[in-house]
Design a protein around this ligand. Structure first.
Ligand SMILES: Nc1ncnc2c1ncn2[C@@H]1O[C@H](COP(=O)(O)OP(=O)(O)OP(=O)(O)O)[C@@H](O)[C@H]1O
Ligand SMILES: [Mg+2]
Length: 349
C-alpha cells in the first residue's frame, strides 16, 4: 500500500549568476522564489492496484518518484510505502520497491555496458539474493514475455535505446518487488514495443499482485492499464477510475455533437427548439447533419431521425484525454510559496 500525506516539495531557488548581479545589495535584497513541485498531495494506492499519476510537464511526477526512492527529500508531508516512511525508514523498503525512470536512464547504474543482457540480469538477480535456479527461470520468463530472447547474448551496449528500456522492464519480472514505480515507461518506444511493455505491466499486476504507480503522458495507456488515476498539477485536480472520470465529465458536458449521414432531404425546421445548432450539407448523394444538442434533448433528436433513412450516426466520444485536457486547463494550481495556503481547491469532478 502507498499513502501520500500532504506531500509537498519546493525546490530551492536557482542561485543567481554573478554576472547577473548589479551589486551585493541587489543579491541580498532580491527575493528568490522557491520552485513548487508538489503541494499537499494526498492519495492512497491499494495493494495490487495499478495507479496512474497524470499531469502536464512540470506537474511533479518525477519529483514524486524520486521521493519514493529517497532521492529527493520532501519539504513537508510524508510518503508511506507499505507503512514505512520513504525517507526516514528507507532501509526497510529497500528491496521491496523498484523504480524505472523513463528513457534509457539507468539512474542506479545497474547495467554493465560490455556484458551480455543475460549476464547483466543474472548479476542483478544475484545482488537481490534470488537463488540461481529461480533467477534463471524468471529471466527466461521475462525475456520470453518481452520478446527479447534473441538479444540475451548481445552486449547491453549494443542494444538500441528502446531495447535497453525493455531490458530494464525485465527487472521487475525477475526481482518481483512488492511496489513498482514506473516513470514514463513507454516514452520513446514504438507502438509494438509499447504493447509488449503494456502486457508486462498487466502481467506484473495480475500474476504477481505488484502495486504499481505509473506516470505517463499517454492517456490511452493510462486508460488501458490503470485501475485508478490521479490528475494533478503540483496539487490534486481529480482522482478516480478512468471510466468514472469520463462518465462524470460526460454528464458535466452540456453539449453533445452528433454526426448523421442519411439519404434524402432534411427539413431542418423539424429540429427547431430541440437542437441548439444544426449544419446541413450534401456530399456524394448523401445528406450530412452536424447536430449540436443539449444532453437531455438527445432522445428527441433520435425520435426525429427515425423518420429518415439514416445510414450512419456517430456520437462524439469522450476519452480520458478530453477529461485531462479540460481539467488541466482550469486554473487550479496557484503559484504559492512554502507555508502559504493554496487559494483554489480541487476541481469539482
Ligand atoms: N532539481 C531541481 N531543482 C529545481 N527545480 C526542479 C528540480 N527538479 C524539478 N524541478 C522543478 O519542479 C517541478 C516539477 O518537476 P518534475 O520533473 O517533477 O515534473 P514532471 O511532472 O516529471 O514533468 P515532465 O512531464 O516534464 O517529466 C518543475 O517546475 C521543475 O522545473
Ligand atoms: Mg518527469
Amino acid at each position: 500500500m502507498i499513502e501520500s500525506v500532504s506531500l509537498t516539495k519546493f525546490y530551492p531557488p536557482p542561485i543567481k549568476s554573478l554576472l547577473d548581479l548589479k551589486s551585493l545589495k541587489d543579491f541580498i535584497k532580491t527575493p528568490r522564489e522557491e520552485i513548487p513541485a508538489l503541494i499537499d498531495l494526498n492519495f492512497k494506492v491499494k495493494e495490487g492496484e495499478v495507479f496512474g499519476l497524470l499531469g502536464p510537464n512540470g506537474a511533479g511526477k518525477t519529483t514524486f518518484c524520486k521521493i519514493a526512492n529517497a532521492l529527493v527529500i520532501p519539504t513537508r508531508g510524508n510518503l508511506y510505502i507499505n507503512g514505512y516512511d520513504s525517507i526516514k525508514e528507507h532501509n526497510k523498503i529497500k528491496g521491496r520497491i523498484f523504480t524505472i525512470f523513463g528513457g534509457e536512464r539507468d539512474l542506479f547504474g545497474l547495467f554493465q555496458w560490455r556484458v551480455s543482457v543475460e549476464k547483466n540480469l543474472k548479476f542483478i538477480a544475484e545482488l537481490w539474493g534470488i537463488p540461481k535456479a529461480e533467477a534463471e527461470k524468471r529471466i527466461n520468463y521475462a525475456l520470453e514475455l518481452l520478446n527479447l530472447k534473441d538479444k540475451k547474448n548481445e552486449w547491453y551496449q549494443k542494444l538500441s535505446a528502446g531495447m535497453r528500456q525493455k531490458v530494464y522492464l525485465a527487472l521487475p519480472l525477475i526481482l518481483q518487488p512488492e511496489v513498482l514505480i514506473l516513470d514514463e515507461p513507454t516514452v520513446y518506444l514504438d507502438v509494438f514495443t509499447r504493447r509488449e511493455v503494456w502486457n508486462t505491466i498487466l502481467d506484473l499486476s495480475k500474476e504477481f499482485g505488484t502495486t504499481i504507480i505509473l506516470t505517463t503522458h499517454n492517456l490511452n495507456e493510462a486508460e488501458a492499464l490503470c485501475d485508478r488515476v490521479l490528475i494533478f498539477n503540483k496539487k490534486k485536480i481529480a482522482e478516480g477510475k478512468p471510466k468514472e472520470l469520463i462518465e462524470k465529465f460526460q454528464a458535466l458536458k452540456m453539449e453533445r455533437k452528433l454526426l448523421v449521414k442519411l439519404r434524402g432531404k432534411v427539413e431542418t425546421s423539424n429540429f427547431n427548439g430541440i437542437a441548439e445548432k444544426i449544419k446541413v450539407y450534401s456530399q456524394n448523394g448523401f445528406t450530412y447533419l452536424e447536430i449540436y444538442t443539449k444532453q437531455d434533448r438527445l432522445k428527441d433528436i433520435l425520435a426525429i431521425l427515425t423518420n429518415y433513412e439514416v445510414v450512419d450516426l456517430q456520437n462524439e466520444t469522450i476519452t480520458l484525454e478530453d477529461v485531462f485536457a479540460h481539467m488541466c486547463s482550469l486554473d487550479i494550481y496557484v503559484n504559492s510559496k512554502v507555508g502559504e495556503k493554496v487559494k483554489k481547491g480541487v476541481a469539482n469532478i
